[in-house]
Ligand binder design. Sequence first.
Ligand code: ATR
Length: 281
Amino acid sequence: MTKRAGIIGWPVSHSLSPVLHGYWLEELGIDGEYTRLAARPDEFAATVARARSEGFAGLNVTVPHKEAAYKLARPRDAAAEICGAVNLLVFGDKGPQGRNTDYIGMQESLAESLGENALKGKTVLLLGAGGAARAAILALHELGVAQIHVLNRSQARAESLSNDMALKVKPRLVPGPLTGWASLAGTAGLLLNTTSAGMIGNDELVLDLSLLPREAAVCDIVYNPLETGLLKNAAKRGHRIIDGLGMLMHQAVPSFEAFFGVKPKVTPGLRAALVQDLHAR
Ligand code: ATR
């Protein structure tokens, strides 16, 4: 019987996940199907229930449903509890289990690009205070980072996120306004953008990167465009850059394994397929 899974979101037509999972299904010769389920917020619970009754193994969850998925899921894994967000629902006998694999995506992407121990004891400047920032903080905790400056346009949001996560992770969390970045830039081992600025159709972040130490890496979770203004600028100045595709590919590994029972590999071929899809849009 064909195994089924998918991604639920609103909008969801832009999602690269079907390309990603479709690539692995074909590569591994698995009889499976991965589809997009468009659901407005008021349709979320009913759409999840319908997918479950139709025999789906589970669903990935994207914007704006990650918090609704958190509320719906039982039990939830530790990462989901810490992040307050679920991006993977696995349908068991008792109901939808909730997991968070976004942080694994960020952790693996950074470790793959910089090395497993590269960020141990370092200071990170984290831009943003939404759900993606929470997953990033958990990833940085796993990578042994000592201190994270959580800088956000709305400082109040940076403060409430830092207060909320301070006791759950090891790195020291220091909240501040986005404008505070200039005076902190010289301390950074990594500049990590988790805001949606720089995404196609949004404003770019305008930062004076001359303040950043040359050995600092710059990572953006945005992958459309693949090279954001921030990354372009950083590359020009000789910084090591990490784009958003790494996180996207690596968060999908545990999802695919949960749905289809095989752990897939992140390869240059997969990346090429995603880049090709992005360019064809
Ligand atoms: P996600 O869950 O994907 O992180 P979110 O909760 O909507 O999404 O958060 C988006 C983040 O991008 C927020 O940190 C937001 O800042 P505010 O909290 O001040 O709104 C940030 N953001 C979005 N557009 C931005 C822009 N043009 N400049 C700076 N920050 C921006």
